[in-house]
Design a protein around this ligand. Structure first.
Ligand code: PGA
Length: 268
């Protein structure tokens, strides 16, 4: 079967360099609390080869732990891989023990910041209001926020999925410009469980999110147990513009297969 990049909602536009894709699918890895500097360097040495022939229609982003950011940023210099932070504080500096600000991230070439991931929501009781402040600060400093939203298993079983995600989108994005934003649909029950959401259902929720954001061009990712076996199917969905990958992003070969996903010609 012939393979090609999906045409779907990506449009062409003229730039000073000629014709280029306006929007790219965004494939992001979230390393969580894994990888010291030596491990990050070893990953980069192996991963470089995986992105040598990366198709033009996609952007790869990796979010290492804060301490590994300078090492990874340096080790991946000259590659098309961007660096994200796993969170960002809402203030530029001050008495916030343990926190990291946007200007500190910019100093190391960071371009994206995950906000509202279900783990800080759960373990550190982050609220939609705080998450919104983080996203706003990220944009003010030129970082692209990756806002994570998603329902728990209990909420899904109680048929509250749409209501929960709508609230997270509405409150999380107050005052946020949709053109410098990524939203990641991450059902909590699919994170780290090996139980990926069915591609069609992920597509349905991503479409709802796009409607609630109100900008047809906003990038909406799916996240939750994405792996090399599920990526092609997910990326063939017309409403899914990328993925946020946890466990499978820790291995350069597995993440390499994910970033080099293939969608059959004519799909999406
Ligand atoms: P997972 O994590 O891919 O390991 O399920 C996804 C995430 O938490 O972003």
């Amino acid at each position: 079967m012939p393979w090609a990049t999906p045409a779907r909602r990506f449009s062409l536009a003229s730039t000073t360099q000629g014709v280029s894709l306006v929007r790219k699918a965004v494939i992001a890895g979230n390393w969580k609390m894994h990888m010291n500097c030596a491990e990050a360097r070893a990953f980069a040495d192996s991963f470089r080869g995986q992105v040598e022939n990366l198709p033009e229609d996609r952007q790869v982003v990796i979010a290492p732990p804060y301490l590994a950011i300078p090492t990874l940023s340096e080790a991946l210099r000259g590659t098309p891989v961007a660096i994200a932070a796993q969170n960002v504080h809402w203030d530029k500096k001050g008495a916030y023990t343990g926190m990291v600000s946007a200007p500190m991230l910019l100093e190391h070439g960071v371009t994206h910041a995950i906000v509202g991931h279900s783990e800080p929501r759960k373990y550190y009781s982050e609220t939609d209001e705080q998450i919104n402040l983080r996203a706003r600060t990220a944009q003010i400093y030129g970082l692209i926020p990756i806002l994570c939203v998603g329902e728990s298993l209990d909420q899904r079983e109680a048929r509250e999925t749409e209501r929960v995600i709508h609230r997270q989108v509405e409150q999380g994005l107050e005052g946020i410009a949709p053109d410098r934003l990524i939203v990641a649909y991450e059902p909590i029950w699919a994170i780290g469980t090996g139980k990926s959401c069915a591609a069609e259902e992920a597509n349905r929720i991503c479409g709802l999110i796009r409607g609630w954001v109100g900008d047809p061009e906003v990038i909406v990712q799916y996240g939750g147990s994405v792996n090399p076996a599920t990526i092609d199917d997910l990326m063939a969905q017309p409403e899914i513009d990328g993925v946020l990958v946890g466990g499978a992003s820790l291995d350069p070969i597995s993440f390499g297969r994910i970033v080099n996903y293939q969608v059959p010609v004519g799909v999406a």
